[in-house]
Design a protein around this ligand. Structure first.
Ligand code: HPA
Length: 248
């Protein structure tokens, strides 16, 4: 059978890749437990593509309870080599307003208490993987080229702050993230990216800006309705972008 060309991990507001044809569903178990839900494998632009909803298809798993290791291990079991992670985020700096799509090139990990490595078990080989460029440069370039060819605007580069959640940040926390050089903030970027690197997978993030992060647009309350509406609007270009990425 044709290998899987790409796996897409969907975040808040993206629970399926609607343009997949001939979809089959696999429910895997891994040495780290079960992934967030079934993995849907179908064809798109003549290639096999896998899709996994990070929070579960019913959005029932909060960011700190996601079994990131099982998700990455399950994709690896399927022979996946490349992962496009969709992450819903809040925007901090001026290029990152609501409904923007962006492909960050850096991250800072502020999460805590999550199992962040495959080296956790006693006796497992300790890996110190290089993570200077946390997102695979060649896959980032491919995403940006596909976006340009598909006519979908994507911000090139930026620093993703991975926070613990599930609550949103305080204004002071976001002010600190800004001082640290972060452009966008989300709750699921880590440890996923680090685990993908440990597993030897190419990994890039396509961030979908749902709202201005706390304090970045006055004191307007951030509501889930706003988040979902902006993700839906910003996701309009995703099918064309993913199809183009698979063609290249
Ligand atoms: N902060 C953290 N995660 C998020 C946000 C935010 O403002 N919006 C969507 N995910």
């Amino acid at each position: 059978m044709q290998p899987i060309a790409l796996a897409v991990i969907g975040g808040t507001g993206v629970y399926a890749l609607t343009q997949l044809d001939d979809v089959s569903t696999v429910q895997l178990d891994t040495a780290y437990g079960q992934p967030s839900g079934p993995i849907r494998i179908g064809t798109l632009a003549g290639q096999r593509v896998a899709f996994l909803a990070r929070h579960g298809e019913g959005h029932s798993i909060p960011p700190h309870r996601i079994n990131y290791r099982a998700n990455i291990a399950a994709l690896k079991q399927l022979g996946v080599r490349r992962v496009l992670a969709l992450n819903t985020v809040g925007g901090i700096t001026e290029n990152w307003g609501p409904q923007v799509l962006g492909c960050p090139d850096q991250l800072i990990d502020y999460t805590w208490g999550r199992i962040a490595t495959f080296c956790e078990e006693e006796g497992s080989e300790v890996l110190h993987v290089d993570f200077g460029q946390p997102y695979t440069p060649s896959l980032r370039r491919a995403v940006l080229a596909a976006a340009a060819r598909a006519g979908v605007k994507v911000v090139d580069g930026g620093c993703y702050a991975a926070t613990q959640g599930p609550r949103l940040e305080t204004n002071a926390e976001v002010a600190r993230l800004r001082r640290d050089g972060c452009d966008l903030v989300g709750m699921t970027g880590m440890p996923e990216a680090g685990l993908a690197r440990e597993a030897g997978l190419d990994y890039a993030c396509l961030a979908i800006v749902a709202n201005w992060a706390a304090g970045c647009a006055g004191d307007e309350e951030i509501t889930m309705d706003e988040v979902l509406a902006n993700v839906a609007a910003a996701s309009a270009g995703l099918p064309a972008l993913v199809a183009q990425l698979l063609k290249e």
